[in-house]
Design a protein around this ligand. Structure first.
Ligand code: SF4
Ligand code: SF4
Length: 407
């Protein structure tokens, strides 16, 4: 019979460390505000995504779409290699259920009434924190607290907060692991993405005779399965059964009977090549290339021009024609910059911009409206267009056509 391997280290400290780190990051990211703006927030009012120092306007959301696609493919890629490791180690649902279980274990010895009250209060506190945390990704935290203190959170934010808190409360009080076992679609997706070489927990069948049938692995399992029956969809790769078995065998000076495995090796001892993972890895690389290209070619500034609302056209005694415009400038960089508006030369014409078109200071991620006039001599013909250039640091950063009206 095969001997019991001598692995004694426990999985729990690593898993808990990963859970704490993910939870803390999720909580504090909205409070990290370099330059006074959140690191990650979708500002619904301005339809702008604050994304780690960059401000993406709604027309640049294709970059966000690439990031979302990358996350989806990365998720599948990780699942294919490491199974349901997300579920057991990082998913907020698991962390919330763990926190609820932890509190239950600590209040078990109390009389029924205070125990019940304390547990409900714990569920309410967690629900409120999760709901507020979600809203902080849409409303700047200082603004959120100010609005809550003044009782002016607003209908949309208020309803979102209350609905999220209610869903989390119901989850903590009545659902918890049942969601992972029966509802969560991710477990089903995992079935489709699993390969022979995917990381899973395994009870070594060759060590069956060594099993003490103590039931410690089943008791430790949060989804209530018996890993000795083989791989099951409910298994979230948390490693609690592995720790439980190692604890049992530690008293005997050996390791446990359960271990993580990337699947059985082939007859020659080699591991199978995970072809699906390779394909997904290729798609991920392609998306990363697209993202890099999108960021590199992202315009530093934008320029949009429209005729002034009055639509007025002036003919001057010297034979010049004057058109009036409004220009909208946007500095998409994070630093303050100086801009100048300039009209491209037009052969046979004297082209002149009149108005505050030089030394236009714009803070990082700021925009500004400028009113100016275009003076042309001699009188142009109908349908003519002049190119307007936005210049910063000696180079043209954006252009826009200036349609010229003659009457
Ligand atoms: S079988 Fe083991 S790894 Fe799977 S969910 Fe249960 S305790 Fe966690
Ligand atoms: S904890 Fe280990 S020894 Fe005990 S029943 Fe489970 S596999 Fe067998």
């Amino acid at each position: 019979m095969k001997s019991v391997p001598l692995k004694k280290w426990r999985i729990a400290p690593w898993r808990k460390g990963a859970q704490w780190l993910t939870t803390l990051l999720t909580l504090v990211i909205p409070f990290i505000r370099p330059g006074g703006e959140s690191l990650l927030r979708l500002d619904a009012g301005t339809r702008t995504l604050l994304f780690f120092g960059a401000k993406l306007r709604i027309e640049e959301f294709y970059l966000l779409l690439i990031v979302v696609l990358m996350l989806v493919f990365a998720f599948l890629f990780v699942t294919m290699l490491f199974g349901r490791v997300w579920c057991g180690w990082l998913c907020p649902q698991t962390t919330l259920a763990d926190l609820a279980d932890w509190f239950e274990a600590r209040t078990r010895a109390l009389p029924a009434l205070p125990r019940g009250v304390l547990r409900q209060l714990w569920h309410l506190a967690l629900s409120a924190l999760v709901a507020a945390n979600l809203v902080w990704y849409f409303i700047d935290p200082p603004d959120f607290f100010g609005r809550v203190a003044a009782g002016q959170l607003g209908a949309v934010a208020g309803i979102s907060l209350a609905a999220t808190a209610l869903v989390v409360y119901v989850d903590l009080a009545f659902v918890r692991r049942r969601f992972c076992k029966s509802v969560c679609p991710y477990g089903r997706i995992q079935l489709m993405t699993m390969e022979r070489g995917t990381l899973t927990l395994e009870f070594d069948p060759e060590l069956k005779g060594v099993c003490l049938r103590c039931g410690a692995c089943v008791k430790a399992c949060p989804t209530g399965i018996d890993i000795r029956d083989g791989l099951q969809i409910e298994c979230i790769n948390c490693g609690r059964c592995l720790d439980a078995c190692r604890d049992v065998f530690a008293k005997r000076g050996t390791g446990g009977l359960i271990h993580y495995t990337f699947g059985p090796p082939g007859a020659d001892g080699s591991r199978p090549v995970n072809k699906k993972a390779l394909l997904l890895g290729g798609v991920l690389l392609l998306l990363a290339g697209l993202l890099v290209a999108g960021v590199v070619t992202r315009r530093e500034a934008t320029l949009k021009v429209q005729r002034a609302e009055s639509g007025e056209v002036k003919r001057l005694p010297d034979g010049s024609l004057v058109n009036f415009y409004s220009a909208y400038l946007e500095n998409r960089g994070g630093m303050s910059r100086s801009f100048t508006l300039e009209a491209a030369p037009l052969p046979g014409y004297r082209v002149e911009l009149v108005g505050p078109v030089r030394g236009l200071e714009l803070a990082g991620n700021a925009n500004r409206k400028i009113g100016f006039a275009l003076k042309l001599r001699p009188m142009p013909t109908s349908g003519m267009q002049v190119e307007l250039k936005l210049i910063s640091g000696g180079k043209v950063v954006a252009t826009s056509p200036l349609p010229v009206a003659v009457q």
